[in-house]
Write a protein that binds this ligand. Structure first.
Ligand code: NCD
Length: 304
């Protein structure tokens, strides 16, 4: 049995298989519409989500499966003091596969240690990792760029708490000649632990988006993660540090793509949406196809 807790749980070859499954699903969705007949996905969201939760639920429904779960920890027995381990042991008796989001780092890993026969998918654990957003990001990059090697990607915004950035950087660092530019205010810099496996010559850090935007093949914008700040003053001070607008985009390459995991607050001006380099809404669609392929892959690994 296989889980997806962090992006490196899948090898490059396993990602390639997932991507070709995505191509097949996009080409002939009807051939997959009964793959999950009589199967149940547990969708456990202990932390708010719109896209990721609906994307998982839609993915399962499109495969013919059914969904149980909750979208708010306030309605689960965790409010009665139940441990996560106990909740997971119970859910394992009901469902075939489980996607979970939790505010605590390591929650999905813990769940994967407790289960015997239910694949766990980490749909975001605190400020740590978010491997299925990485799947959406990689599929989008593959679609628009046709490669993962020889790319320069700029991550801009909240690199400290941005779990989607942590996960995508780790995933891309396995490819050849990928250069990273980390663009953030000092207070929201990329944590050391997520830089330690990147060669020094392959990344640089700056607090100026305009200075580097012309070098980028991909600009990954992110929301300042309000819910992870201890001080609301600090959040207020930093929240609008970077705003991508048409003026800044004038300095970018014509074929640069702009990604954002969404939700967006102020960091991308709405005027950017009509620029053809802005592909963040298409990104959500690729995320759904990626989750369909992932559910199929994990259920097949379980049957083997
Ligand atoms: C991201 C997340 O939850 O980490 N959103 C998502 O899953 N699409 C990014 C964010 O909330 O800012």
């Amino acid at each position: 049995m296989k889980h997806l807790i962090e992006p490196l749980d899948f090898t490059i070859e396993e990602y390639e298989k997932l991507f070709s499954l995505v191509d097949d699903i996009i080409a002939k969705p009807e051939e997959f519409s009964h793959f999950c007949d009589n199967k149940l996905l547990a969708s456990l969201f202990f932390e708010p989500s719109t896209r990721t939760r609906l994307s998982f639920e839609t993915a399962m429904e499109r495969l013919g499966g059914k969904v149980i779960g909750f979208s708010d920890a306030g309605v689960s027995s965790s409010t009665k003091g139940e441990t996560l381990a106990d909740t997971i042991r119970v859910i394992e008796n009901y469902a075939d596969i489980c996607a979970m989001r939790h505010p605590k780092e390591g929650a999905a890993l813990l769940a994967s240690k407790v289960v015997k026969n239910m694949p766990i998918i980490n749909a975001g654990d605190g400020g740590h990792e978010h491997p299925t957003q990485t799947l959406a990001d990689l599929i989008t990059i593959r679609h628009y760029k046709g490669r993962f090697d020889n790319l320069t990607i700029g991550f801009c915004g909240d690199l400290k708490f941005g779990r989607t950035i942590h996960s995508l950087a780790r995933a891309l660092n396995r490819y050849k000649n990928v250069k990273f530019i980390f663009i953030s205010p000092e207070e929201l810099k990329m944590p050391e632990v997520f830089k330690q496996n990147i060669k020094k010559e392959n990344y640089k850090e700056t607090d100026s988006l305009v200075d580097v935007i012309g070098d980028l093949d991909i600009l990954y914008m992110s929301r300042v993660q309000k819910e992870r700040f201890v001080s609301s003053d600090e959040y207020e001070r930093l929240k609008d540090f970077f705003i991508l607008d048409r003026e800044k985009l004038k300095h970018a390459k014509d074929d640069m793509i702009i990604l954002h995991p969404l939700p967006r607050v102020n960091e991308i001006a709405p005027e950017v949406d009509s620029d053809e380099r802005a592909v963040y809404f298409q990104q959500t669609k690729f995320g759904m196809f990626g989750r369909m392929a992932l559910i199929i892959t994990l259920l097949e690994a379980k049957n083997d």
